[in-house]
Structure formats: C-alpha cells, structure tokens
Design a protein around this ligand. Structure first.
Ligand code: GLC
Length: 540
C-alpha cells in the first residue's frame, strides 16, 4: 500500500463554506471564518477536509456556478485567503480537497460571455452550441434536474446545452483548448499544494458526439444510474470519453508528491463506476457510492449495502461510506430525529472497510431546516415551488436543498455562534440549534460529537479497522454485525438497530472492549446489546 497512499486510510469532512462560520458579521460564512474553526475539525480527528466551492460566482447555485476558478468570491474572502486556508490546513497536518466544477461554468464566466456574443467568436466552440429543429431544441436531451437541457439564445439564434441548470452552460471538452484551460487550472491548484479534488457531476463531462436522441424510459423519478424524466440517459452521461478523461486527469495528478487524489461524483451502475477507477487503478482514486444514503436504516437493508459494496468494490478498491451531503436530506431527519440511529450509522461508516465522509453538522446531529419550499433559495427547489409539499414527500423526492445547508451550530447563543450579524443570516438556522451544538455536546461524554471523536480515534489506533478484510457475521435480524480481520487480530462490530435488547453468542475467547454505546457489553453469556446499543470488540 505504501505510505504515499495516505488517502486509502483517511477520513473526510465536508465543509459548505457559506454555512460554516461568518467572520465578517454579514450572515454569510467565509474563508477566515473557516480558518478559525480548523482546530475544531482537527480536534475531532478528521484527516482531510473537502470544501464545497468558494470561487468567484454569481451564487445562482451557491458556488457550483463558477465565474473565476482562480479567485475567491468576494463575500468569502480573497485569493490570499485561499492560500492561507491551504497553509493552515497543512500546518495542522490535515489534507485539503477542493471541489472542481469542470463540467460547466457560470453563464457570467467571461468565456461564456464571449462564446455567446457571436457565431464566429474564438470562444464560440468552448461551449456546446447547435441549431434548433425549427422552433424546437436540437434533440430530446433532458437536464439532470429535469426540463430540456437546451436553451435558446437570442443573440445568435442557436441553442446551448446545460446538463444542470440553464445558468450553468456545459463546456465543450471535445475542444482541446477547453480541456487544456481546465487542466492548467487543476495544475495551478496542485502546484499550490491542494491534496485532491472532488469532481462535480463528473459523469456528465462528455456528451454523444452525434447528438443522438436519448431513448424513452418508463421512469419519471430520477434513478441514480439509468434514467429519469421518462428518458434513459444513454447519450448524455457516462460516455467512454469521460472514462478516458478520468485517466487523463489522474496522469496529471500522478506527477505530484505527496500523492494527490481524485474523488468522483458519479451517477452510474457499479460496473461503470469501476471503469472510472480502472482495473489497473489508473483512473479516479475513489467514487461516491449512493446506496448507503439511499438505504432504509434497518440492519437488514444496511447489511445488503455493505455486501454490495464489498462485492462490487473489493480490495484494492475502496468503497466510500457517505451518509449525506449538500444535496441530500440531513441524515438525522432521514431517521426521524432518532439520534441513536445517527450514532449507529457513525459506528458503521468508521468501522466498515472504506473511506468515511462526514458532512458538516452530522457530527452534532443537525436536522433539516424547516423553510417551506415556496420561499426556498435553492435553484433546484425553486423549479418545484408550485408542487405541494405533501406530493414531494409522498414521492420521496428531495428538491429543496436549503434544508441541509443551514448554518453550523456552534453554541446555544446568538445565531448559534455562526455569525455576529444583527440582520438575517443567509439561511435561517435549523430548529434544534439550542440543544444540538458544539458547545453543549462537547461537555456530554456520550453525545454524538464524542461518539464521532472516539470512533475516529479507534480507527487510528486499530489498523484492522482500516486494512482488515470485512466479513458480515450472522446475527439476529435487527443486529448488524461485521468483523474486520487482520492476521494479528479480529475486530467485531455489533450494532442493534432496534429498541429491544439483544443477547448474542460470545465472540472469541479473549475479548477486549474497544468501544461501546449505551453500556453494551460482553458478559459471561456472550454479547449484550441494549436498545440501539453498539459494541466494538477485539479478539486476538
Ligand atoms: C453537483 C453538486 C450540486 C450542484 C450540481 C451542479 O451535483 O453536488 O450541489 O448543484 O452538481 O454543479
């Protein structure tokens, strides 16, 4: 494995800059604010921090619409602040991962302004422009959040393509100038010491060269890998050129020491995801897997997820264990506010074989914000403003992403310690900030925050939790039990997802208890798990 592959045993924490910490007192998080909180992240034990974009942007999609890949958005700070952030993360011996939005720019990016200005502008071919079919778009391609992906532009009478929202025009990666401009930017940040990139909607980078219509499908509700809005995403995502491009970016990162890494946001079947990683490991280092955040939180369903991850991403691949992010419902709200279940999920992601990723606030049990969809700021949510909430709930589609982006809860005081602003925060606080915040939880030994801290420490102290083979062990239906095996020891992990107490067979002769929730223990009869209890034990 080698010391250079640090990312194989790292733990990742995701910061959403707008919501982390406001040092200017204007109700919006910023870079100096984040820097002032790095000790907190270090103290929990995380080794790598991924930052959602803080680059200059009109903020129509809160930073996922970049207008300058080299400058910070003024409300977040300056380019100097970005350099300082890199330096301060490194000073604390952590790694820093940037969020790379390669697929599209903002429609305010100077490249797009030029490109749209005339048919013969030198940057015309930097984006994807086509003639329509009469008054209709060039073909039937739909955008990922629904609606046609094509947008008519009056200036030249042609249509441009956008995989996401209309103000996020897709770059044309078939044009070598575009590819080089983006790779130069990647190299710029690698030279500045950035340790890796999370690649935003990477599966969309190339579209079919012949612009063939996508086939129809029965599925309206988008599915992770195949279809949505009654169309199969055959020609708009996961093209062979995109898989090849993954290898090309990896080639670039390979030239750097210490080793850098690439983590792709990919929506595809596991088979295709493996292609992005490459049989020879020469593609992306890691890809996000979505079975866990989509799964029902029962021992049975989670067991199935682990088995699928192990089957489809065996060693030397590493599954990525993520519970939520800035696009998904807060995990605690997903489990009906049951903090015990949130703790058990933490046990799972830090003891399974893979890379755990924690979205800010999961470690303190933040819940969804409660703003109604009609007032939402999220541009995806705004498209569904007129759909009644009960219908969205019934269809179980999450479209108002404001809910998972509320300000970080630092303390019980004013603005939960996020900001000193007297006016409105950019986004109202979630309703549990008085009870669930860093200040209160750090004092309580069995709080979720301390569970996170202990689990990360455990991972660091017991190599079996990182390198060990994973086996799912037989257990009562409501108990999820796994073991991690290295030649020197076997570590057993037992999680009771029910409110009933459970008694299990003994686990090997000489057992040491490494970690326990709710006084789960080993006694003369075997393993005792109280309601929602968990136990990690080692047997030599
Ligand atoms: C990704 C991001 C999401 C963003 C979209 C467009 O899915 O996670 O927040 O809106 O891409 O860049």
């Amino acid at each position: 494995m080698g010391a250079e592959s640090w990312w194989r045993n790292t733990t990742i924490y995701q910061v959403y800059p707008r919501s982390y910490s406001d040092s200017y007192g204007n109700g919006i998080g910023d870079l100096p604010g984040i820097i002032s909180k790095l000790d907190y992240i270090k103290d929990i034990g995380f080794e790598t921090i991924w930052f959602s974009p803080f680059f200059d942007s009109p903020q129509a999609d809160f930073g996922y619409d970049v207008s300058d890949y080299y400058q910070a958005a003024p409300e977040y700070g300056t380019q100097e602040d970005i350099y300082k952030l890199i330096e301060e993360v490194h000073k604390r011996e952590m790694k820093i991962v940037f969020d790379l939005v390669l697929n599209h720019t903002s429609d305010h990016h100077p490249w797009f302004l030029e490109s749209r200005s005339s048919l013969d502008n030198p940057k015309r071919d930097w984006y994807i422009w086509r003639d329509g079919k009469g008054k209709k778009p060039p073909n039937n391609w739909k955008a990922l959040p629904g609606g046609s992906g094509w947008h008519y532009d009056d200036i030249t009478g042609q249509w441009y393509y956008a995989s996401f929202l209309p103000f996020q025009p897709d770059l044309n990666f078939r044009n070598p100038e575009v590819k080089n401009a983006m790779l130069d930017m990647v190299a710029f940040w690698l030279d500045k010491g950035v340790d890796g990139f999370r690649l935003d909607i990477f599966h969309s980078i190339f579209k079919d060269q012949k612009f063939r219509d996508n086939p129809l499908s029965r599925h309206f509700i988008p599915r992770n890998d195949k279809a949505g809005f009654f169309q199969e995403w055959k020609y708009t995502v996961n093209q062979p050129e995109t898989v090849a491009f993954a290898r090309e970016i990896r080639e670039l990162t390979k030239a750097y020491q210490p080793e850098r890494f690439l983590l792709g946001e990919i929506f595809a079947s596991d088979e295709i995801k493996r292609d992005y990683l490459g049989q020879d490991q020469a593609g992306l280092n890691l890809v996000f897997l979505w079975d866990l955040p989509d799964a029902r939180v029962t021992a049975k369903d989670l067991r199935r997820v682990i088995e699928k991850y192990e089957l489809n991403f065996p060693d030397p691949h590493f599954p990525v264990y993520v519970l939520g992010n800035h696009d998904r419902k807060r995990v605690l709200s997903r489990v009906g506010g049951n903090i015990h279940l949130a703790k058990l999920l933490a046990v799972l992601i830090f003891t399974a074989r893979g890379i755990p990723v924690t979205y800010y606030g999961e470690e303190i049990g933040m819940i969804e914000g409660s703003g109604p969809i009609k007032d939402c700021l999220d541009p995806v949510g705004q498209r569904y403003k007129n759909v009644p909430q009960f219908l969205l709930d019934a269809l179980d589609i999450y479209v108002n992403r404001d809910g998972c982006r509320t300000p970080m809860q630092w303390g019980p005081g004013k603005n939960a310690g996020f900001s000193s602003a007297d006016g409105d925060l950019w986004m109202p606080l979630a309703l549990n900030s008085i009870e669930q915040n860093v200040e209160v939880l750090k004092e309580s030994p069995d709080s979720i925050l301390n569970v996170y801290r202990e689990l990360i420490k455990l991972r660091r102290n017991y190599p079996g939790l990182v390198d060990g083979k994973l086996r799912v062990i037989k257990a009562p239906v409501d108990v999820l039990a796994i073991e991690r095996v290295i030649p020197e020891e076997t570590i057993g992990v037992f999680m009771n997802f029910s409110s009933r107490e459970m008694h299990l067979e003994p686990f090997g002769p000489d057992c040491d208890i490494l970690f326990s929730i709710s006084n789960a223990e080993v006694n003369s009869e075997g393993i005792y798990l109280p309601s929602f209890g968990a136990l990690v034990i080692s047997s030599k």
